[in-house]
Design a protein around this ligand. Structure first.
Ligand SMILES: C[S@@+](CC[C@H](N)C(=O)[O-])C[C@H]1O[C@@H](n2cnc3c(N)ncnc32)[C@H](O)[C@@H]1O
Length: 395
């Protein structure tokens, strides 16, 4: 592949914003790509993919590179991918044989998987022998998965329609609404997306709404709805009949959800900002189903958000665990007797998952609840994001 100076500069600008200004990788890439309308489709995918991959392998690249200069870092990354460097003066300091030798003499697993030492220790402590294969799987590039909006089109019809536009997809067993892209490409510009015929949503994430066993006509509360990914799925499973009350503490996310609901043709969506415990109390025993898709470390979705590795800390994970238990202690009161709820995270750590549910069930707030089943979705086994999904019933 031929390298171009100006697209590499695009990658540098993005990396600077991510590592020096602490901005989120997805937002930075979106902005970088917008900054130069002259870049074609190939340039754009080079910038997006290279930035993501360099963020993913940042610790390892920094270790192998002769300096912290962006040209050295990029050149090191390029060589790590098995490519050759062009004879540019920017790459003069790089010695491919030296980098290879340094890589081959490595044995520290945290360096090899390019994660912080504390994360290696935590992963081992929580997942034991499953950790090594899990972090390896979480370092792979994610596939692009679509969720068909069955309110507007069937999976088969959407598949044919996308194929006409050169977007080939395949289906997999166990994920009734999913289509997986054969080849990574930008689907947001496709007319089918603009018409609300699909959303981009990982296959594991699609299992969450399925687990809630909703039916048309029910009153469903999605208490941590964010930008509404799972609310939209719930509404589709409910055939747009009943009510989906989508709550969050961040108003801007609910605004985004509102726009997406419109595009998806979802009319049973009702956004509700959580302004304190009062908002929760007002909905006491009013829901047939409750989804708690709680904030989490995001360690199950490192493939998609590799910058999470560098933003997390043991303290931030502890803080998020506290929020998870606070939510479990108060939000289930919104569920009617006999109703069901799902507690879900995109984390693979038992301390955010089954241990939280156990603590809830043993507490006063959980005494009327029982666990029906739970699913620990590991990336190494599923091939998709890591998730935890527990289904509980209120007696
Ligand atoms: C995992 S995300 C939700 C993703 C969303 N369900 C989806 O499918 O796109 C967790 C959400 O919980 C929200 N959140 C954080 N603290 C909360 C709280 N105390 N109560 C309710 N939501 C909260 C965050 O703003 C975030 O949008």
């Amino acid at each position: 592949m031929k390298l171009h100076n100006n697209t590499i500069r695009g990658v540098h600008t993005a990396l600077e914003a991510i590592f020096e200004e602490g901005q989120y990788a997805d937002k930075v890439i979106e902005r970088t790509l917008k900054s130069n309308p002259k870049w074609g489709a190939r340039d754009r995918s080079f910038i997006a993919e290279t930035t993501y991959e360099m963020v993913r392998w940042w610790r390892l690249i920094n270790y192998l590179s002769p300096s912290k200069g962006y040209w050295d870092l990029f050149g090191t990354y390029w060589l790590m991918q098995g490519n050759e460097l062009p004879p540019w003066e920017e790459f003069e300091k790089l010695n491919p044989a030296k980098i290879k030798e340094k890589y081959e003499s490595l044995s520290n697993p945290a360096l090899l998987e390019s994660i912080p030492d504390w994360l290696q220790d935590l992963g081992k402590e929580e997942l034991g022998e499953k950790w090594d294969a899990e972090i390896h799987a979480l370092n792979e590039e994610a596939e692009v998965v679509l969720r068909v909006n069955t309110l507007k089109i069937s999976r088969e019809k959407l598949r044919n329609r996308l194929a006409e536009d050169g977007i080939d997809t395949y289906m997999i067993k166990g994920y009734p609404d999913a289509l997986i892209l054969e080849k990574r490409q930008n689907v947001f510009r496709n007319s089918a997306f603009k018409e609300g015929l699909f959303e981009v949503q990982d296959a594991s994430s699609q299992l969450v709404a399925d687990a809630l066993a909703v039916e048309p006509g029910m009153r469903v509360v999605d208490a941590c709805a964010g930008a509404g990914g799972k609310s939209l799925h719930l509404a589709a499973l409910m055939e747009n009949k009943g009510k989906v009350i989508s709550m969050d503490v961040e108003e801007w996310k609910l605004q985004q959800a509102k726009l997406r609901a419109r595009r998806n043709g979802v009319t049973i969506f009702e956004p509700k900002l959580i302004e304190g415990t009062k908002t929760i109390k007002r909905l006491k025993e009013s829901a047939d189903r409750l989804l708690l898709d709680v904030p989490c470390s995001g360690l199950g979705v490192l493939r998609r958000n590799p910058d999470t590795k560098w933003k997390l800390s043991p303290e931030s994970i502890e803080k998020v665990r506290q929020t998870q238990q606070e939510i479990l202690q108060t939000y289930p009161s919104m569920l009617k007797s006999g109703g069901q709820m799902v507690y879900a995270t995109c984390s693979i750590l038992p301390s955010e998952n089954e241990e939280q549910v156990k603590q809830f069930l043993q507490s006063e707030a959980g005494k009327d609840f029982e666990l029906i089943e739970d699913k620990k979705v590991l990336a190494q086994e599923s091939g998709f994001d890591g998730f935890y999904i527990a289904r509980l019933q209120r007696k």
